[in-house]
Design a protein around this ligand. Structure first.
Ligand SMILES: [Zn+2]
Length: 290
């Protein structure tokens, strides 16, 4: 059951509980990210895993995107998703090229630092809400939960587990998201967190069918129900139009030269690796509008 979010209601419909094995999707995204630094790799993987869980909280053509600015403000990580479960994630060029952490044991906490922030944009193309919070926990999971508490006044519990193999390749990823609904008892989310941690419950549940999941959940939490499975996948929304901006950034002289040499300009999306080629005739059109 990979690349699907399992949506459930537990504790007498007072808690929304979503969980996923998003290993395949994350492997694809992390491969494209080209990140060499292990801690940076882990951080992006966790951020993207969190985003994939948030996709099921969206409706219609809503989108949610997060920008994580590390303590060193030059370094940023991006992750976004939509209601269709399309997920992306990448880091900026400065972070990609940053000197690798010398100490291979450097922690996520050190990597994020004490002055990092999360900025989240949520809504529709034309109408969205932006919120920003700092990252007091320096571990992403609790920082995102903190964001939802501060900006949307919702009590949320987020847990992501990312396992790397001996060559720092992602080989397993799980994510759990729980949200308290009106009527949830005080401390209910802590109970869910403790139970999942104590038993490593996510992989167990993900190995079961719906009937098995409901039975296993009912043994631990009251009156549980599996609602649906929602697919998630890596998808980049880039288009050729987005790369016209790059061409506009070139000088008239440079554009003129490529036309004279009858060569095309190749551009590449650094998120998905897709190539966009601009033919001399298209470059001519750009020149005419300048
Ligand atoms: Zn792309």
């Amino acid at each position: 059951m990979t690349n699907k979010i399992i949506k459930t209601l537990i504790l007498d419909k007072s808690i929304r509980l979503y969980f996923t094995d998003n290993t395949k999707m994350l492997q694809e995204i992390m491969e494209l990210s080209k990140i060499k630094d292990k801690t940076c790799y882990l951080a992006l993987a966790k951020a993207v895993s969190i985003m994939s869980l948030l996709s099921v909280t969206l409706k219609d053509n809503q989108r949610i995107s997060a920008v994580i600015t590390l303590t060193d403000k030059n370094y940023k990580m991006y992750a976004d998703t939509d209601a269709e479960g399309n997920v992306r994630g990448y880091v900026n060029q400065a972070l990609l090229k940053a000197p690798q952490q010398k100490n291979s044991n450097s922690t996520l906490q050190d990597f994020i630092g004490t002055k990092a922030s999360i900025r989240i944009m949520k809504g529709f193309e034309t109408n969205h809400f932006t919120g920003i919070t700092d990252m007091p926990y320096q571990n992403l999971d609790d920082d995102f939960a903190y964001y939802f508490k501060q900006s949307e006044q919702t009590d949320t519990m987020i847990q992501t587990k990312v396992k790397l193999d001996s060559v720092s390749y992602l080989f397993k990823s799980y994510g759990i998201y729980a949200q308290a609904l009106p009527g949830a008892e005080e401390g209910a989310l802590d109970l869910v967190r403790e139970q999942f941690e104590a038993e490593n419950l996510a992989p167990l549940l993900l190995s079961m069918n719906d009937a098995g999941i409901e039975k296993a959940l009912n043994q631990r939490f009251n009156s549980c129900k599996v609602l649906e499975h929602k697919p998630i996948q890596f998808a980049c929304h880039c288009s050729k139009e987005m790369f016209y901006g790059f061409l506009y950034s070139l000088s008239i002289d440079e554009l003129q030269k490529t036309i004279e040499a009858n060569t095309s300009i190749d551009t590449k999306c650094h998120i998905c690796g897709r190539n966009y080629v601009f033919l001399p005739s298209e470059i001519q059109t750009i020149l005419q509008t300048r």
